[in-house]
Ligand binder design. Structure first.
Ligand SMILES: Nc1nc2c(ncn2[C@@H]2O[C@H](COP(=O)(O)OP(=O)(O)OP(=O)(O)O)[C@@H](O)[C@H]2O)c(=O)[nH]1
Ligand SMILES: [Mg+2]
Length: 300
């Protein structure tokens, strides 16, 4: 049996979460076209006949502008410590610039074997040239790169090969989690994430980034319906207005889309009730970041 921990690292929006879902062949973590979607460390467990890989999804490493951002970067850096392998994910269309150099510095400090994963090659005409350039740059900045691969997390190109390369590098080891476990996160967390994903998909500019979601109640009632109460936190009343929308249309849409996915996840009927609360500058307030949104456990 081969097993081990594999952390994905990269700047925001390069496709780390999409890559995990692609390798796992199911949606485990949330994805959006906006940077800084992932805020936590989320372990995603892939169990095969003779292997178990624990992929650690992390927030994108960036220069933070508020306390929440500082914690996100800290979480990403801590998540790399002690893993067996790092996947350094770079966006093929963006090349290797300053933000990548910034990420490379943190990877370098870990001294852990790293596979360079150049993602989004489906968007490139001249793949080879662009990827080789990135590879050369990455190798000058990260001395522990042991292999590299060009993939598309969306089309699935080369994902099987990537899995093989990961397995080649992992040691013999025990099964860490039960074989039917897909993530180490509780249901409440996954539900809050799905709600947040819909907000990221449906709103724009500062609104998604100013939003946090906490699940207040989740219980199965006697009629078999799962009742969920969740609060969407925003920083300003104007954002509350946008989340609720004209005649409540936006919150209805968020609720409907999230409910469908939660029902799929649970295989049960769901009644989802959403509230919206304004918490002034919550992204700079430890209380809500660490406790209500649960980032404290990721920092340990
Ligand atoms: N065309 C294309 N788009 C991709 C690919 N991988 C990811 N994307 C898109 O890139 C965007 C960002 O994807 P995410 O998986 O959320 O990126 P991330 O690195 O996890 O981002 P953060 O959580 O913000 O750090 C989404 O719109 C994805 O659909 C790919 O291989 N090809
Ligand atoms: Mg992500």
């Amino acid at each position: 049996m081969k097993s081990g921990f594999v952390a994905l690292a990269g700047k925001p929006n390069v496709g780390k979460s999409t890559l995990i879902n692609g390798i796992m062949k199911r949606k485990v973590v949330i994805v959006s076209d906006k940077p800084q979607t992932t805020r936590n460390r989320i372990n995603c467990i892939l169990t095969g006949k003779d292997f178990q890989i624990v992929f650690t999804d992390t927030p994108g490493i960036h220069r933070p502008l508020h306390r929440l951002g500082e914690y996100m970067v800290k979480i990403a850096i801590r998540a790399m410590q002690g893993v067996d392998l790092i996947l350094f994910v770079v966006d093929a269309t963006e090349g290797f610039g300053k933000p990548e150099t910034y990420v490379a510095r943190y990877i370098e400090e870990t001294k852990i074997s790293t596979i360079l994963v150049v993602n989004k090659i489906d968007l490139l005409k001249d793949k080879k040239e662009a990827c080789q350039k990135i590879e050369a740059m990455a190798e000058t900045h990260t001395s522990q790169i042991v292999d590299s691969i060009y993939v598309s997390a969306v089309t699935g190109e080369n994902l099987e090969l990537l899995l093989q390369k990961i397995l080649d590098k992992l040691p013999e080891g025990p099964q860490f989690y039960p074989e039917d476990m897909v993530t180490d996160r509780p249901l409440e967390f996954m539900v809050a994430e799905l709600i947040r994903e819909k907000i990221f998909n449906l709103t724009s500019q500062e609104v998604p980034h100013s939003t946090g979601v906490g699940v207040d109640a989740l219980e199965e009632r006697e009629n078999g319906v799962v009742y969920i109460l969740a609060t969407i936190y925003v920083e300003r009343d104007s954002q509350k207005g946008i989340i609720i929308g004209k005649g409540g249309r936006m919150i209805k849409e968020i609720g409907m889309m999230a409910r469908k996915e939660i029902e799929f996840l649970l295989g049960k009927k769901v009644f989802l009730e959403l509230r919206v609360k304004t918490k002034d500058k919550w992204r700079n307030r430890d209380g809500i970041i660490l406790t209500t949104l649960g980032l404290r456990s990721d920092l340990g």
